[in-house]
Ligand binder design. Structure first.
Ligand SMILES: Cc1ncc(COP(=O)(O)O)c(C=O)c1O
Length: 415
């Protein structure tokens, strides 16, 4: 049952006096998570100037695709082969933006002409990741939105749109534990994407697998292998996968990487080679040494990350259930991995909730950030990012969020 507006307003005023200062905006690892990778800071020294496989780390050379050992490591995260993998520098966003920019300027391998010669459009899923939207828009792509649910992108919509519009050059989405909904694409939807009859001959799947190994339970969500599905559907060059170690090792000094067919990689490698002599090999070797020496490798490290993250995700569920469970004012996801909890208010009050929380001193991701141009048509979506703050702060912030949802909803119903 909902409490009356006056009581809720008073509770909000009382909270304000506490002068909280909590930041729930950032989908970043906590320092405790980073501490797991501290050995990386010093793991490489002058004794590694020549790697065990004979590559001189300090000089140019070694090629555009990255160190073989790093390619092997990152290939295993994307579940592709070394020969299908390019490892770059820090941040997958950089590699993704190169591929999208080169698509416009030069086209992809089988493009009849550079995508920039016509009004190139990319399908994106909503709610989604603001940096995807911002990058595509800044480069000059038109964004076409489709919904996402527990099976992944709405494939009926994707098939309808991509099947009829040759300007739609691809779909950009997060296959595993999507930001922010936590959804993983179903096997059926992977097959449909791989075999989709697109109007554009060079329609491409851009799968940002940022959370491929970021499981929070003992039953990992692992989607059907997208590259393999494309090969099986006789569209072997249709997909590009991306990933990074930003939330595996160090967000400020990780590795970004890409997995695609060998033919695509040869094409892109040539273009990348015109832009740079090669990636930072010392950073790559640092990762190879650290992650191969870590007990259990990448999976072992991710289990330790999960031990730190699980109580925070648990606190979100517990507090929201306690405060809002019986009030029919919001629904929220209980993700099995990734970095976010997606919440939708029943009434169109997301912007008011965020503003009310700010008055108390709790910063939430801006309302609308999960939609292109910051415009959530329903004004209902709120992305909760529980990973960075300490556990106690997550709990406090969730109580504030719940109160602000109640208050904003009461205001709306009383208006
Ligand atoms: C879906 C998704 N892709 C990419 C990134 C950023 O990755 P990177 O640090 O590798 O650029 C994030 C970070 O929040 C993300 O959620």
């Amino acid at each position: 049952m909902m409490i009356d507006l006056n009581t809720l307003t008073q509770r909000h005023e009382t909270y304000k006096k506490q002068a909280l200062n909590l930041d729930m905006t950032r989908g970043q690892p906590s320092d405790e998570n980073f501490d797991l990778s501290n050995p990386m800071m010093t793991i490489v020294d002058k004794g590694d100037a020549i790697t065990s496989s004979g590559v001189a780390l300090r000089n140019y050379g070694g090629g555009i695709y990255g160190l073989a050992e790093a390619r092997e490591l990152c290939a295993s995260i994307l579940r592709v082969r070394l020969e299908e993998t390019l490892v770059g520098n820090n941040a997958s966003m950089e590699i993704m933006s190169h591929v999208f920019a080169l698509g416009l300027l030069r086209g992809l391998k089988d493009s009849p002409q550079p995508w920039g010669k016509s009004a190139a459009k990319i399908i994106v899923t909503v709610p989604g990741y603001d940096r995807h939207f911002h990058m595509l828009d800044t480069l000059g792509y038109e964004l076409v939105t489709v919904g996402i649910d527990e099976s992944g992108p709405n494939l009926d919509e994707v098939e309808r749109l991509a099947g009829s519009d040759p300007d739609i050059k691809g779909i950009y989405f997060v296959p595993t534990y999507s930001n922010p909904t936590g959804d993983t694409i179903s096997d059926e939807n992977v097959k449909r994407l791989a075999s989709l009859k697109a109007a554009a001959p060079d329609f491409t799947i851009f799968a940002d697998d940022a959370y491929a190994v970021h499981h929070l339970t003992d039953q990992p969500s692992v989607p059907l292998n997208i590259l393999e599905a494309c090969k099986a559907a006789e569209n072997p060059d249709r997909a590009y996968l991306f990933g990074s170690t930003s939330k595996v090792t160090l967000a400020g000094a990780g590795l970004g990487f890409m997995g695609t067919s060998e033919a695509n990689l040869a094409y892109m490698g040539k273009l990348f080679n015109a832009l740079t002599i090669g990636p930072n090999k010392i950073e790559q070797y640092r990762h190879v040494k650290f992650l191969t020496q870590y007990e259990g490798g990448v999976s072992g490290l991710m289990r330790h990350h999960a031990q730190i993250l699980k109580p925070k995700f648990g606190a979100v569920q517990r507090v929201l259930s306690e405060e809002l469970g019986d009030k029919d004012l919001a629904t929220w996801a209980d993700p099995k991995g990734g970095y976010f909890v997606n919440l939708d208010t029943k009434h169109p009050v997301a912007d008011r909730v965020v503003a009310l929380a700010k008055e108390i001193g709790v910063a939430l991701t801006p309302a609308g950030a999960t939609y292109p141009f910051g415009k959530d048509p329903n004004n209902s979506n709120i992305r909760i990012a529980p990973t960075r703050p300490p556990l106690a702060e997550v709990e406090d912030a969730m109580r504030v969020l719940a109160l602000c949802i109640e208050l904003a909803s009461a205001e709306h119903l009383n208006a």
